[in-house]
Design a protein around this ligand. Structure first.
Ligand code: SF4
Length: 318
């Protein structure tokens, strides 16, 4: 089947007086219908900018290039703004900022439904109640009468998800949707997304820095490093048999005793500066297994069934 989101060699360059910032250097991503696909990496790896590019929200002047950049067969370079809010919804890290503080939830839900659905007023109200109930909010009528500040963070995030569903979107880009929430509330939001995927056929791109989120919620994962997708595959493979030394280091940096939500910055060294040119493997300066060729030549793709990664090390050398 053709992936719903189909990205091949996406790059996003942001011109600055000091030269281009390579926010995304080369990201390939194939997201199948009905999956939760995690995109993981440390800050500065390009995961949020990849999501922004799919939403048509890159900074002014940014240059997007790609061999393929398609959503359901449509080229996102031309159609992202139209697809956003119709087919593609967004859930951000901070639900309070996504909601309007001075309008009731009822008004905000109704505004979304009026803009996206051709429904009489009473039907819109029923739909708002149904969508809020579908996100697990116990008393939708009371939530509708509330203002954002009267709701907990977890409830606000459920309202944001209900709003995204209200647009009719079938693909959600969730950027660190649980980072601002308590661990247990975050786990509930992940469980909710899984339920919506199962029941409504949603597809989710989950941007995260947290391996626990990948393990708990995702079907497949793509690891980003310095603006490059360096590994992709079923979550089981990526977590149990990571091929790329960076993915292995990420997992090693998370001993079982690591606190939930541990940051990835535990790996020694830092990512290449975003303005630099990269010859060879971007991870070479930090890689415990680097060889002379690694600094000179871009690594080839290694493949084991649906599991792929970029590395000069031969398969099975982990
Ligand atoms: Fe390490 Fe070389 Fe593989 Fe890069 S290509 S991850 S430097 S072994």
């Amino acid at each position: 089947p053709v992936p719903l989101l189909n990205i091949r060699n996406l790059s996003v360059a942001i011109p600055t007086p000091d030269g281009d910032v390579h926010a995304v250097r080369s990201v390939s991503l194939e997201i199948e219908r009905g999956e939760i696909h995690g995109v993981i990496g440390e800050s500065g790896c390009g995961k949020t900018m990849t999501g922004m590019a799919a939403l048509g929200l890159v900074p002014k002047g940014a240059r997007i290039a790609a061999d393929r950049f398609h959503f359901d067969g449509e080229d996102l370079r031309e159609n992202a703004a139209r697809l956003r809010g119709r087919r593609i919804g967004m859930i951000s890290q901070d639900p309070a900022a996504a909601l309007n503080p001075v309008l009731s939830i009822a008004r905000q839900m109704d505004d979304v439904l009026r803009a996206h659905r051709d429904m009489p007023r009473q039907a819109r109200h029923s739909e708002a109640v149904e969508l809020l109930a579908a996100t697990g909010l116990p008393d939708p009528e009371r939530v509708l009468k509330s203002y954002a500040h009267q709701l907990s963070g977890g409830m606000q995030q459920r309202v944001v998800i209900a709003q995204a569903l209200a647009t009719g979107a079938d693909f959600l880009i969730a950027d660190e949707p649980t980072t601002a929430l308590d661990v247990s509330v975050g786990a509930q939001v992940l469980a909710l997304l899984r339920k919506l995927v199962a029941e409504r056929g949603l597809t989710v791109l989950m941007i995260t820095h947290d391996m626990d989120v990948i393990a708990e919620a995702c079907d497949r994962a793509t690891v980003l490093y310095a603006g490059l997708s360096v590994e992709t595959g079923p979550v089981h493979d990526v977590l149990q048999r990571p091929g790329h030394p960076y993915a292995r280091a990420l997992l090693a940096a998370l001993p079982d005793a690591a606190p939930h939500g541990a940051k990835l910055e535990a790996i020694e060294g830092s990512i290449p500066p975003p303005r630099s040119q990269i010859d060879g493997c971007a991870f070479a300066p930090r890689c415990p297994q680097a060889m002379p060729v690694c600094a000179l030549q871009a690594p080839p793709e290694r493949t084991l069934a649906a599991h792929r990664w970029l590395c000069h090390l031969p398969e099975g050398s982990a």
